[in-house]
Structure formats: C-alpha cells, structure tokens
Write a new protein. Structure first.
Length: 87
C-alpha cells in the first residue's frame, strides 16, 4: 500500500495478517445465519488476526477485517507488529 500514516509509518496493512491477543468471539448482535459453521464453532478457541496479507484480495484488506486461527498455524501469512514506548 502506498502512502504514510499521520506519524510517517508505511506498510501498516496488507503485508501479513497481524496477530492480536484477542480471543475470537461474536460482536454484539451477532447472528450466525446463514453460515452457522463458518465462525461460531471457533468462538473462544482461536485468536484474532487483523488486516490481510499479500495473498488477500485488495478489496478486503483493511484494519477492520478480522480472521481467526490458532497460533500453531504456520501457513497463513501472519506476523506480528512490535512497538516500543519512548521513555
């Protein structure tokens, strides 16, 4: 992706899925229909990934897009972002 954030950071989304520490679960008002077997069975057992990867269709890459897997998976183009606070 082109451009930089307000803080001058580049490449913040779309290279790899970003692992989060969030356990996958429903949003408020979630309705499982019509895909009952897609997400509901994994609530509470998988971690959330955000964004998308180079293998994700461009129309889906955004920081609000979430996916879910177990951290043991090594075939999903996922990574993590590190940060440090200035002291």
């Amino acid at each position: 992706p082109a451009g930089a954030s307000a803080h001058g950071c580049r490449q913040l989304i779309g290279n790899v899925w970003e692992w989060t520490d969030t356990t996958f679960g429903p949003y408020p008002g979630f309705e499982p229909d019509p895909y009952k077997e897609y997400s509901q069975p994994w609530f509470g057992t998988h971690k959330v990934l955000r964004g998308g990867s180079f293998a994700t269709p461009a129309r889906l890459i955004r920081n609000t897009w979430r996916n879910f897997y177990t951290p043991e998976r090594c075939d999903i183009f996922a990574g993590l972002r590190t940060c440090a606070l200035e002291t």
